[in-house]
Design a protein around this ligand. Structure first.
Ligand code: ARG
Ligand code: ZN
Length: 873
């Protein structure tokens, strides 16, 4: 059963107010809702169809009258009232079982506490409702529960009443003054510790900031709170957006399907994105927490005040909010490093999605299960689209556009088109061609050739754009693409750029606007043949083909003013070298690593570049997944072996330098977490990683030393992640020590699972299978599933794609085990098969067999079914 964008119709009925009354119990919960409903059309009186799933209907009353059975019809997914007046009050009582709700959608329990997840369609698992984002209502929520077990009772908005009832119960009543869609509803009840802080908005509103965690985690809240305050200040400065309620609450829960949720005034987070202290969280964890806290906060405007008309518009809030959180994080540290991380992520996972059977436009046209469309494409490519608009409009034009957007659509449920229209109107610009980015799937390809004419002093770039076919879209129209470029002279300086017909030249990066399938740009007064630095800072989410000579790439790596492109030049060199060696490997030839490459890596290590995180990124070889993108038939063994060979060869050739750098970067003074120290740790651990490629007892014991004596999780994990690959006794010792020390800390144990799932060792699958029986592993906890099974199947291509098919069988088993419990997470797992047609015959058949086996299993969820059937189509 497919839902299509073209079938969108405005609702027949609106709900103006919602009064909810929850009685939370140990076995069951009753929900009473009183809805004030009005009909939209006065002419006709269509039936009222409310959504509802897994609900026990206890009673319905219309304007105080109990409804007769013949007046309505109940289906597993809906409740239809055949005849209703123009305006009326509907009271519905339902019973639900949150303690048994393993889907983690709707109302459920986690660690003994009640919490909710309503996006996208969880509210219908709480009560019958018009569960669609364009129905916006004002909510009042009363929660009644045992006072001892559930001292904390929370919902959206402001607390307006609380008190005691008899038999040990108490209640709290919350009122949210802002109309909102049901997906932003939230409720929390439990025994939670709270820290309080305060933020004063620039117009003087005092906002109470409350963060709730389980009491054993009270010492891990500071970073999230500090991040929240930075995000609130940043959104005022950069977007002019202020917070609008007197209280902002964040609750951390251990069982959560995604990262976090922006419920109005009451964010609920996966505890992974809240809890941190140096002993338990890595620098990456800290960065992720800051990013997700900011992301959810920014949704208050891009998502809540202005929301989505329907779920096809999801990128309206997600693409824009991801772009906003990326900008925020870039402002907190090194913008170049942040951009490198984001582009790496996009090219590794979104490009793969765009090239497979699940490829879809940023504004999808149809879906079976909307939860399957919380994708890299909607989020990350969506953010790239907003970034391109930023490049095209410039910072001021973009800000004028977003001001108009927020102003014009405040309180409304709108479309991605409304967003583009606001930017267009604010800048008197025509973005009609640009809109194709929202409707066309697939990663566009740019093929660029260049020619220098010494006599005329002109330099010509000829650019051809294409986009490969994707499911349902055989032909693509040309896109409007911002291509940021610079041309470097022999000193590495940016040349002034003047196009034909222009009177003045622009020095520094300039943005070319591509619109045609083929076009040429001619630059004048170019004194000598320049080195082209194209697609600076990755100004568009495209694949660029330009046959630079190796010397040119080495030159750009050393000199480009655009730091992203310096890194990119190094990546391109590495890709080329690795792919060349992959061929040799496949043909059984001996592998030899290019000496120019080794020398360059050495020079980079010795350079005095102050941004050490940036250096570490340059030294990192492209990931196995990214390399796979370049192969017609993916050969996971060849990629893995070749990549390991290069790391080993670099380690051998530059051993002294790596060792000296490792020593030189030894910490002086107390632990700190600032950009400089994080960069130092990153570069030092990069050196350790290379050194550990050498099978030497001295290095192993040094690694074990670091593992044993580090005062922070970043250095511990860096060491342990190398030790898990080796044969020696250090591996067992370290793993056991780590487990013994951290067994009480669930998030740290997730790391322990992941490291083992990612190990290069031949016996990794066997070990992973064993770990599924470990007492700390729980199939009902999504973090555990992702840490072990997700990491193995999505992050360890060499072992997952074992030619025997054992890895595939293992994944198939777990998809089937998990699906009846939690279809959303099962659907994420099964997606590891998406690129199956990119592999050799043998692997294709083995993966297909698993897909078929899952497809024919009776009672499979529509979440998993949609993915499997699109794979087999
Ligand atoms: N809106 C959330 C975010 O910040 C994601 C929630 C999605 N949850 C789901 N079950 N589909 O990105
Ligand atoms: Zn979001």
């Amino acid at each position: 059963q497919t839902i299509d964008l073209k079938d969108y119709k405005i609702p027949d009925y609106y709900i103006e107010t919602v009064d909810l009354h929850f009685e939370l119990g140990e076995k069951q919960t009753t929900v009473r809702s009183r809805l004030a409903i009005s009909r939209y059309s006065e002419a006709k009186a269509p039936p009222l169809v409310l959504n509802g799933e897994a609900l026990e209907l206890l009673s319905i009353q219309l304007d105080g009258q109990v409804l007769d059975k013949k007046d309505y019809q109940q289906n597993p997914e809906s409740l239809t009232l055949f005849q209703v007046p123009e305006r009326f009050t509907l009271e519905i009582e339902t019973r639900i079982y949150p303690q048994d709700n393993t889907t983690l959608s709707g109302l459920y329990t986690s660690g003994g506490n009640f919490c909710t997840q309503c996006e996208a369609e969880g509210f219908r698992r709480i009560t019958y409702f018009l569960d669609r984002p364009d129905v916006m209502a004002r909510y009042t929520t009363t929660i009644v529960a045992d006072k001892k077990k559930y001292p904390v009772l929370l919902s959206n908005g402001n607390l307006v009443a609380q008190g005691e009832e008899d038999n040990g119960h108490h209640f709290a009543k919350w009122q949210d003054p802002f109309p909102k869609p049901s997906y932003l509803f939230a409720l929390v009840a439990g025994d939670l510790a709270r820290i309080e802080d305060e933020f004063v908005t620039r117009s003087g509103r005092k906002v109470a900031l409350h963060m709730y965690v389980q009491s054993h985690n009270r010492d891990k809240r500071e970073h999230a709170m500090a991040s929240l305050k930075r995000a609130m200040a940043w959104d005022e400065q950069v977007y002019g957006r202020e917070y609008d309620l007197d209280i902002y609450m964040i609750v951390a829960v251990d069982d959560f399907n995604m990262g976090a949720m922006e419920n109005k005034g009451l964010n609920i987070f996966n505890s992974k994105y809240v809890l941190a202290k140096p002993e338990t969280a890595t620098d990456t964890d800290y960065e992720n927490i800051e990013g997700v806290i900011a992301h959810e906060y920014f949704h208050n405007w891009s998502g809540n005040r202005v929301t989505c008309r329907d779920w096809f518009q999801l990128s309206l809030k997600e693409g824009f909010t991801v772009f906003r959180d990326q900008q925020f994080s870039a402002d907190q540290g090194s913008p170049a490093v942040k951009r490198i991380q984001d582009v790496n992520h996009l090219r590794t996972y979104q490009f793969r999605e765009d090239a497979g059977p699940m490829a879809h436009p940023v504004r999808p046209e149809s879906y079976v299960e909307v939860n399957n469309f919380y994708t890299m494409t909607v989020y990350e490519k969506g953010a790239e689209i907003v970034r391109m608009l930023y490049h095209l409009l410039g910072p001021e034009g973009f800000r004028q556009g977003t001001d108009l957007y927020f102003d014009r659509h405040d309180g409304q449920a709108v479309t991605t088109d409304d967003f583009v229209k606001a930017l267009e109107d604010a800048n008197a610009l025509d973005l009609s061609q640009f809109r194709r980015w929202y409707s066309q799937a697939g990663t566009p390809e740019l093929r660029i050739s260049r020619a220098y004419d010494a006599e005329k002093s002109t330099y010509t770039l000829k650019i051809k754009q294409t986009c490969p076919p994707t499911p349902g879209q055989p032909h693509k129209a040309p896109l409007h693409i911002p291509l940021a470029i610079g041309l470097l002279d022999s000193q590495g300086e940016d040349l002034p750029l003047r196009l034909a017909g222009e009177t003045t030249a622009v020095t520094g990066t300039r943005v070319l606007e591509l619109r045609q399938e083929e076009e040429a740009f001619v630059f004048h007064d170019i004194p000598c043949e320049p080195a082209p630095s194209l697609l600076r800072s990755f100004s568009a989410p495209v694949k660029l083909y330009l046959d630079l000579r190796d010397e040119e790439r080495y030159f750009l790596l050393a000199h480009d003013k655009d730091r992203f492109n310096r890194w990119e030049a190094g990546q391109q060199l590495a890709v080329k070298i690795i792919l060349g060696l992959v061929k040799d490997y496949q043909q059984g030839k001996p592998l030899v690593l290019d000496s120019a490459f080794i020398e360059t890596v050495g020079r980079i290590l010795e350079s005095d570049e102050p941004d050490q995180a940036f250096v570490a990124h340059i030294l990192a070889l492209p990931s196995e997944h990214y390399l796979a993108e370049f192969m017609a038939v993916i050969d996971p063994d060849a990629i893995h072996e070749t990549r390991c060979f290069i790391r080993r060869s670099l380690a051998k050739a530059l051993q002294e330098l790596f060792a000296a750098t490792y020593q030189a970067l030894t910490k002086t003074g107390a632990y700190r977490r600032d950009p400089k120290e994080m960069g130092r740790r990153k570069l030092r651990n990069t050196c350790l990683g290379y050194l550990m490629e050498l099978d030497e007892p001295d290095i192993r014991s040094q690694c074990l030393q670091q593992f044993n004596h580090a005062d922070n999780m970043t250095d511990v994990i860096a060491a342990l992640s190398r030790l898990v690959d080796i044969e020696g006794p250090e591996r067992k010792i370290a793993l056991q020590t780590f487990y013994d020390k951290w067994q009480e800390d669930s998030l740290v144990i997730d790391k322990w699972f992941t490291l083992q799932a990612l190990s290069r060792r031949q016996d990794t699958l066997a070990r992973v299978q064993e770990l599924t029986h470990h007492p700390a592993f729980k199939l009902t906890n999504p973090n555990k599933v992702r840490a072990l099974i997700g990491a193995f199947s999505q992050g360890n291509p060499a072992r997952f794609h074992d030619p025997s098919g054992k890895g595939y069988g293992f994944l198939g088993d777990y998809v089937l085990k998990l699906d009846p419990l939690n279809p959303q997470v099962a659907a994420r797992l099964v997606s590891a098969f998406n690129p199956w047609q990119r592999y050799d015959q043998n692997r294709q058949e083995l993966m297909k067999a698993q897909l078929e086996r899952i497809a024919k299993t009776p009672q499979i969820s529509k979440d998993v079914y949609e993915i499997v059937s699109k794979n087999l189509a």
